[in-house]
Design a binder for this molecule. Structure first.
Ligand code: ATP
Ligand code: MG
Length: 433
């Protein structure tokens, strides 16, 4: 039979009672003296198939040999059956075995480490299939959001000659006879790009040698960044809120089925689309933490995970926190004029314990201030010569932010660990497969 005569399981389920040709993999199988029950899976869904001994002995004997993940083609009659997992069952009239799978190394109730060791096989699971589909929607939504709003896509090099987010998380690589670093952010190059294109965005792999083992840090992750000329802090925080709302909307429009598979609270996500997201200052955040929750966080300390979680929990929606202490912020985040101790920067914190999903700021226009702060960090300002030059050729206020794609995937999917938000995770302890 021609390959074009096969349809997907999702298409078959939509057609209802009819004869169909399907191909896929054995998701589950169960045998009795009279029947073989196969749950067939493809990229779209699962469906129960029944092979009756009384109907055709040859097919029954073939079906008896099937193992989990064997690849097969079947033809048969589809009929409604409320006992079947997706409401339909196929009475099989023909079966072609493509390959009998070896015993599958993943069975029920496996340790997380075994699942990560077998990631190349585990991405077939219904759960990861659902996460990857939602990730696909999120990535698409990010492109759509910026393109709809007249941003140009702009690419920066991955090999970079200097750091931009602190030396501690730099990955050094041999570059011919020299050394270079893997990109920690697209930002510095984006700040050059805006003088040509005005409003730009990008989504690309980002590398940080994160030594702390948290459920929110990968050493290779995807960051979606934007940068815009003329934009100030009050405007850029609104862009971030709009982007998050848009992403949520797109997922709710396209992935209800996947959210159900993940047992995600859809009503809660719908609420996030409608809600206003508050913007508060770091000082107000401390006020809430210290006075409402007796947490005792001194001014000048960065917010830790549990403190970020508390703030987002307090509002129960994504929250923008601005004006963190200048001293603990990156060299390019400018001090505010009214109070130089506070920087013109922001983080967006997601509720339900997911914490920071976006970090951004206005960008400093003072070469002197940036040089001093780099020196204080033990960096050589001479390495930033081209970057500082941007302040000498028609410098204008500008702002930007970076959104962690896997952080957003984790939150929207309700994942326990960020490692499940990307097909093949990389952390300090996990580098294979
Ligand atoms: P954190 O304090 O959580 O480490 P950060 O302040 O280092 O984050 P930024 O430099 O502001 O993060 O980067 C922008 C965004 O990129 C973050 O808001 C987050 O969503 C994402 N991000 C940063 N580091 C990682 C990482 N190691 N793994 C996954 N996502 C990350
Ligand atoms: Mg970090």
């Amino acid at each position: 039979m021609k390959e074009s005569n096969y349809i997907s399981i999702a298409e078959a389920l939509k057609m209802g009672a009819t004869s169909v040709n399907l191909r896929g993999w054995v998701y589950r199988e169960r045998k009795s003296n009279k029947f073989v029950f196969i749950v067939l899976r493809d990229e779209t869904d699962i469906i129960q198939c029944v092979v009756a001994k009384s109907k055709n002995l040859e097919i029954f004997e073939k079906a008896e040999k099937l193992t989990i993940e064997s690849s097969i083609k079947i033809s048969g009659e589809l009929k409604e059956d409320e006992r079947a997992p997706t409401g339909y069952e196929i009475s099989v009239s023909d079966l072609e075995v493509i390959q009998i799978a070896d015993p599958f190394p993943i069975t029920e109730h496996q340790s997380p480490e075994l699942l990560y060791d077998n990631r190349h096989l585990w991405i077939r699971s219904r759960r990861l299939n659902a996460v990857l589909k939602i990730r696909h929607t999120i990535v698409g939504a990010i492109h759509k959001f910026f393109r709809n709003n007249d941003y140009y896509e702009f690419d920066a090099p991955i090999f970079q000659p200097s750091q931009s987010e602190g030396g501690a998380t730099l990955f050094e690589v041999k570059y011919f006879t020299d050394k270079m670093y893997l990109s920690q952010t697209w930002q510095l190059y984006a700040e050059a790009g805006i003088f040509s294109l005005g409003k730009i965005y990008n989504m690309g792999p980002t590398f940080r040698a994160e030594k702390s083992k948290t459920s929110r840090h990968l050493s290779e992750f995807w960051m979606a960044e934007m940068e815009a000329a003329w934009m100030k802090l009050d405007e850029v925080t609104e862009v971030a809120k709009d982007e998050i709302r848009f992403i949520l909307q797109e997922v709710l429009e396209n992935n209800k089925k996947e959210l159900e598979i993940l047992e995600r609270d859809i009503k809660l996500l719908e609420g996030y689309v409608e809600a206003e997201y508050p913007t508060i200052k770091y000082a107000e955040a401390l006020d809430i933490l210290n006075n409402k929750y007796q947490m005792n966080v001194p001014w000048g300390k960065d917010l830790r995970t549990n403190e970020e979680a508390k703030i987002a929990d307090h509002f129960k929606v994504p929250v923008v926190v601005t004006h963190y202490p200048t001293e603990i912020m990156g060299f390019y985040k400018p001090p505010s004029e009214e109070n130089p101790k506070e920087a013109l920067c922001f983080d967006m914190l997601a509720p339900e314990g997911y914490c920071e999903i976006i970090g951004g700021s206005e960008r400093s226009l003072s070469v002197e201030d940036m040089s001093n702060r780099l020196k204080a960090d033990g960096e050589d300002p001479n390495n930033y010569k081209w970057y500082f030059e941007l302040r000498n050729y028609g410098s204008v206020p500008h702002s930007g932010y970076g959104l962690g794609v896997e952080r957003v995937v984790s939150w929207i999917c309700g994942l326990d660990n960020i490692k499940d938000a990307i097909p093949f995770p990389r952390t300090m302890l996990r580098k294979a497969p």
